[in-house]
Design a protein around this ligand. Structure first.
Ligand code: TGC
Length: 417
């Protein structure tokens, strides 16, 4: 049997892949020319605007608000949504954009996720026609910023236990009281989607979403300080102190009755993370591959040491597997939609793989790896947040466990008390 020269070649030329030297498995061929162009357009913005400045922004804990209109012009804000000024791109294209943004910094990708996958998705999926027309075109253009208030100081993995309330008064107005925490962008936001208990039961069944202009009296937000992760990004505490809203501020769609309303939005954000974190892993790998050629010890470039090559090989294999998982979930999402267990599989594994690669890359950089001159430790620190938000490892393990066994094990007895 004869084999083609390409099959016999001792090493594949990966220089032509849009994913760079890590593309050992020919992943370039999985994407159309249009999809690759979109990724390259996002990469160009990251290279031009983010890379030269990210160390300084991270050091000073600054989110660069000036990039918001540029992201709007690029068409990545709510890019997977259709109509109302949104780009209507596929799930795979959204994933490719997320991985390029997160190759720059997880905080940048988080901005796009919170704006597009959480705040805009909530209004697009569950909002009235008037709410969509009022907010979505401006949010897609980067002229208005949104945030998504679900998590609370005492309700993280278990949003059903939230204590924020919305009470309807006889005239129809809603009055919101409570505190939200770890809310991305809240101090910058023009509009907040706030989830609150409306029911008698005080559990997930009565949860509803509200569209809250942030200049409404009683709404205040404060940035959380002294973060060791996601420093070029803003996470906040929101206080709702008698926030009075008109009757039509509620997200009216039946799809938003109960916790499935916010969970459908979390699915979108978690999906973006599956791709995004592979961008951070790829950037960490590229950084250390370059360094291994440039750095000489014992008279030999690091790249020529067997232990270095073994580490590079393991990182590259893991990144290929992570991209292939993201690609499989993305194509399935475009063709048939996803299940929660599918999303949890990707979010769980790609986050823990990416953080491992970023940490290994830092280790290979030696002492030089602990400054902001090199990206891996910044990525690893950011990924601590990414691995935690939108569902911890344990939440995703138990979501997968429930899909495999049919038994929910989120509480000790498997049922809510
Ligand atoms: P359960 O109370 O039984 O279910 C409630 C309803 O929701 C439905 N559902 C889903 N629907 C769509 N997609 C999903 N992924 C869904 N998961 C559940 C479910 O079918 C039910 O519907 P219905 O019609 O019967 O009312 O809840 P559960 O037992 O299914 O879920 C338990 C658990 C632990 C999986 C869930 O509570 C969970 O996902 N917890 C993690 C929450 C989380 O990710 N929190 C972090 C949010 S991120 C954030 O707020 C800050 S980061 C963003 C930023 O930077 O601003």
């Amino acid at each position: 049997m004869t084999t083609s020269p390409a099959q016999d070649a001792p090493s594949r030329d990966t220089s032509a892949s849009f994913l760079g030297p890590v593309d050992l498995t020919g992943m370039d061929a999985l994407f159309s020319a249009e999809e690759k162009q979109l990724a390259l357009d996002v990469r160009a913005l990251v290279d031009e605007v983010i890379r030269p400045n990210i160390a300084d922004w991270y050091d000073r804990a600054v989110f660069p608000t000036e990039i918001v209109p540029e992201l709007g012009r690029l068409g990545v804000l709510g890019m997977h949504l259709h109509g109302y000024g949104c780009a209507g791109r596929s799930a795979v294209e959204y994933g490719l954009a997320a991985q390029e943004l997160e190759a720059g910094d997880s905080g940048l990708r988080t901005f796009v996720s919170v704006q597009g996958s959480l705040a805009m998705s909530a209004i697009h999926k569950h909002g009235s026609e008037e709410q969509k027309r009022q907010w979505l075109p401006r949010m897609a253009a980067g002229e208005a910023v949104g945030c998504f208030g679900l998590t609370e100081p005492g309700a993280g993995s278990d949003p059903a236990s939230m204590t924020t309330t919305a009470r309807q008064e006889p005239g129809g107005d809603w009055v919101l009281n409570g505190t939200k925490r770890w809310i991305g962008l809240a101090t910058l936001a023009d509009v907040a989607v706030i989830w609150a208990q409306t029911g008698e039961h005080g559990d997930g069944r009565g949860v509803r979403g509200f569209v809250v202009p942030t200049d409404t009296p009683g709404f205040s937000a404060e940035a959380i300080a002294q973060k060791l992760s996601m420093r070029a990004s803003v996470q906040c505490e929101i206080r709702l102190d008698g926030v009075r809203l008109p009757a039509d501020a509620i997200l009216p769609a039946d799809s938003a009755l109960g916790l499935k309303g916010p969970f459908q939005c979390l699915n979108e954000a978690r999906y973006g993370i599956i791709w995004g974190v592979m961008g951070a892993a790829r950037d960490s790998f590229n950084a250390v591959l370059d360094y291994a050629h440039a750095r000489t010890q014992f008279g030999t470039p690091l790249a020529a040491f067997q232990l270095t090559q073994a580490k590079l090989a393991d990182m590259a294999v893991a990144i290929n597997k992570g991209y292939l998982l993201a690609h499989q979930i993305g194509r399935t999402k475009d063709a048939h939609g996803t299940t929660p267990a599918m999303i949890s599989t990707g979010k769980l594994d790609n986050c823990r793989v990416a953080i491992g690669i970023a940490r290994d890359a830092r280790e290979m950089l030696g002492g030089n790896g602990i400054t902001l001159e090199h990206s891996p430790l910044r990525h690893a620190n950011n990924l601590e947040s990414v691995r935690t938000y939108e569902g911890t490892d344990e939440v995703h393990q138990l979501t997968i466990g429930r899909a495999l066994t049919g038994i929910g094990a989120f509480t000790a007895a498997g049922v809510r008390p």
